[in-house]
Write a protein that binds this ligand. Structure first.
Ligand code: HEC
Ligand code: HEC
Length: 198
């Protein structure tokens, strides 16, 4: 009974507020705040399995959200979350996150793997993931300084076919051994940060 009364009171308060402040559509910051529990404040994730989303391009952001919504892109939680936002809200968040600087995460990487990964990157991946995977304009996501666990999960999803790759990326990835893919992930996660070989 007490709980019902408290709820009614709280609801009454909200309705009052609603008629004044909450009548306006939510701002980009308010929307982005709903992601902070997993992706960190302003898209800088505390890791390790949730990606940084700060600094990703508007196109990559909106494409990813659309693909999560439709189920075209495999996800553990993002389909359910993406479905909760309108196209307008997604546009607002896309421009908010694109304006944030790409985070410099500090994480433990293996220097030998980083060196091998750098060579493999130059031979296979740099055309679409330029500037060591730090160029947001590539519309292929940002790999530089991304969390190692997330990169490992992403590459497993690609390799197993759960997540689709572009034909050209698949041609490159299919040639690589698990060790080589691990080296590439170490290389990307070591970029931008001073965390290499910690
Ligand atoms: C419960 C935790 C959680 C919440 C809340 C959450 N995310 Fe995610 N997000 C994830 C995980 C985990 C992934 C990796 C894909 C998956 O497995 O679902 C991800 C992936 C993403 C990606 C893809 C990043 C890339 O590099 O490809 C984007 C974009 C994204 N989330 C946006 C958002 C936005 C915008 C919100 C808030 C409206 C949000 N997420 C809320 C956990 C979360
Ligand atoms: C022909 C262009 C192309 C090449 C070559 C390419 N990629 Fe990609 N890559 C893409 C695109 C486009 C995406 C975004 C896919 C999507 O929208 O889900 C992507 C996504 C990724 C992701 C997931 C990013 C995220 O945030 O979830 C990883 C990891 C990745 N690529 C690694 C590699 C590696 C390693 C190589 C080299 C062996 C490579 N790619 C070669 C185009 C390419």
């Amino acid at each position: 009974m007490l709980r019902i009364q408290t709820y009614t009171l709280a609801l009454g308060g909200c309705l009052l507020l609603g008629s004044t402040q909450l009548a306006a559509a939510p701002s980009a910051t308010m929307l982005a705040d709903t992601c902070a529990g997993c992706h960190g404040v302003d898209g800088v994730s505390m890791g390790p399995a949730t990606p940084n989303i700060a600094g990703i391009s508007e196109i990559y952001f909106t494409d990813s959200m659309a693909a999560f919504k439709s189920g075209d892109r495999y996800s553990t939680v993002m389909q359910r979350i993406a479905k909760g936002y309108t196209d307008e809200e997604i546009k607002l968040m896309a421009s908010f996150f694109a304006k944030q600087p790409v985070p410099k995460t500090v994480q433990r990487t293996d220097p030998a793997k980083v060196a091998l990964g750098e060579r493999l990157h130059k031979d296979n991946c740099h055309k679409c993931h330029d500037e060591d995977g730090a160029l947001a304009d590539d519309d292929a996501g940002i790999l530089a300084s991304q969390w190692l666990s997330y990169l490992n999960h992403s590459m497993e999803d690609f390799k197993s076919g759960r997540r689709e790759m572009t034909k050209k990326m698949k041609k490159k990835v299919d040639k690589l051994t698990d060790e080589e893919i691990s080296a590439l992930n170490h290389f990307y996660s070591s970029r931008l940060s001073s965390g290499s070989g910690l």
